[in-house]
Design a protein around this ligand. Structure first.
Ligand code: NAI
Ligand code: MG
Length: 482
């Protein structure tokens, strides 16, 4: 007789979401048919089942959306009293809270992320961003003392699939607070929460054209980037596409912010509380299946505690529950797409081929859908691809160091510079490390913590510009002399 205590399934009911068979493009405050006539199917990556038919916006559709945004900018929104703008943002924030369960279930269905995360992280943080920037809308002169801030104009925003609703909130909230209008393109694999968000905009009675949502793949994104009447582009996604956008915009005078990839070091010193650190390591790399630009994908452990940390980590990994994203007990959900699963699989194979030692806990994966077992590599050399390239999956590479200087050198030995983690009992060491780490965000004795008041963004190939906090308003304002 088995003495193990198994978890009973605890699935969240999915009938709270009503997914339409097909969606149009949200332009000028209503859904319109794509002029392109093209559609594609969006799926549930955990079941490989179709969810809905999504419009693929073409050049003329992009133009229509930009014109709607321009009209809305010129005829009302940019001249609205700032306190009135704030009211709309507060409404959106409250509506997201009221409909949070619906958004969480939909996000998990379309993105494959565990309901525990969409419910406790993605949706509440998205609402928090709208609340936060609602507060700034009528206080912009205080954000930029002695300057006269005015909006940039029509902003084109392109977001990825790892945090679909949250990235939408990061982009739209500051843009609207500063008086801009928006054309936003969600990622092709995860459009559904953005399309549900259009209903929130309707409920909030946001004036037509202030926010337009156009769906489609990279071709739609490229059309938006090169549209002559867009004043600013905000992009989050791969470094490769970010570079292409930057080349495309060179010399046009359009503004640009880029939030790109990462290969963050999570650094554990020998005086760190080890059990707490192991929780932080797990949260750093297995949160959201590792589809996180700031994931702590390179673990740097001080040599004297290496054995202990790796042993504790492996024990903890064996307790991670991988499976149905809608089950409330699930820790690690589905990989977002077949394409991403192939990329992870290939990079993991390269790690094995180059000579790293792989560990994967015993784990029964569902038969259908896209899955990857949480993986840790030890015996990793800095030159290996798994130590250099962004895997964007639940795969951790462990390296060691002896001195703080060596930790800094190894941590900074990457083309990226988005985030880092430091685990130590010593406050002075935290400050010294944070100063020398070339990373936009440094977490101390925690990892993957987000707050709307705190700026987020990168160095080097992780991009430029900040989102969140007062800094997050800057890309959306032109500052004239007072
Ligand atoms: P991607 O950069 O191609 O996609 C991100 C967004 O950009 C999507 O909305 C996409 O439709 C759009 N896009 C694609 N090509 C475009 C173009 N030429 N012009 C304008 N917009 C364009 O990322 P993808 O292909 O989904 O993932 C590839 C790798 O990129 C991942 O394996 C991961 O390593 C990295 N990535 C990093 C992210 C981050 O937050 N740092 C987010 C997504 C991917
Ligand atoms: Mg791509």
């Amino acid at each position: 007789m088995s003495t193990a205590w198994d978890y009973a399934p605890a699935p969240e009911a999915r009938d709270i979401v009503k997914i339409q068979e097909r969606y149009g493009l949200f332009i000028g405050g209503k859904f319109v048919e794509p002029g392109s006539g093209e559609r594609y199917t969006t799926i549930d990556p955990a079941r490989e089942e179709p969810l809905s038919e999504i419009a693929q916006a073409g050049k003329a559709d992009v133009d229509r959306a930009v014109r709607a945004a321009r009209d809305a900018f010129a005829n009302g929104w940019s001249g609205l009293r700032p306190s009135e703008r704030a009211k709309y943002l507060f409404r959106v924030a409250r509506l997201l809270q009221e409909r949070s369960r619906e958004f969480a279930v939909l996000e998990s269905l379309n993105a494959g992320k565990p309901i525990r995360e969409s419910r406790d992280v993605d949706v509440p943080l998205a609402a928090a961003h709208f609340f936060y920037y609602a507060g700034w809308a009528d206080k912009l002169e205080y954000a930029f003392p002695n300057r006269k801030p005015r909006p940039v104009g029509v902003t084109g925003q392109i977001i990825p699939w790892n945090f679909p609703l949250l990235m939408l909130a990061w982009k739209i909230a500051p843009a609207l607070a500063a008086g801009n209008t928006v054309v936003l393109k969600p990622a092709e694999t995860t459009p559904l929460s953005a399309l549900l968000f259009c209903d929130v905009l309707r409920q909030a009675e946001l004036p037509p054209g202030v926010v337009n949502i156009i769906t489609g793949d990279g071709r739609t994104g490229a059309e938006l980037v090169s549209h002559p009447d867009v004043d600013k582009i905000a992009f989050t996604g791969s470094t490769e596409v970010g570079k292409a956008i930057q080349r495309n915009l060179a010399g046009t005078g359009k503004r640009l912010t880029l939030e790109l990839g990462g290969k963050a070091a999570n650094i554990v010193f020998d005086d760190a509380p080890l059990d707490q650190a192991v929780e932080g390591i797990v949260n750093g790399i297995y949160f959201n299946q590792g589809h996180v630009c700031c994931a702590g994908s390179r673990l740097l452990v001080q040599e004297s505690i290496y054995e202990a940390v790796v042993a504790k980590l492996k024990r903890r990994m064996a307790t991670l529950r991988v499976g149905d994203p809608l089950d409330k007990n699930t820790d690690v959900g589905a990989i977002n797409s077949k394409q991403q699963l192939e990329k992870i699989t290939a990079l993991v194979q390269s790690g094995v081929d180059e000579g790293a030692e792989i560990y994967q806990p015993p784990c029964k994966l569902p038969e259908r859908g896209y899955w990857f077992v949480p993986t840790v590599f030890t015996n990793v050399a800095q030159s290996y691809r798994i130590a250099q390239e962004e895997i964007f999956g639940p795969v951790l590479s462990v390296l060691t160091f002896r001195t703080p200087d060596e930790a800094i050198e190894k941590a900074n030995n990457t083309p990226y510079g988005l985030s880092a983690g430091v685990w130590t009992e010593k406050g002075s060491r935290i400050l010294a490390m944070a100063q020398k780490l070339r990373a936009g965000v440094v977490w101390a004795n925690t990892y993957n913590r987000f707050d709307p008041a705190s700026p987020f963004g990168g160095y080097k190939e992780s991009g430029f510009g900040r989102e969140g906090g007062r800094h997050g308003l800057e890309p959306y304002v032109v500052l004239d002399d007072a």
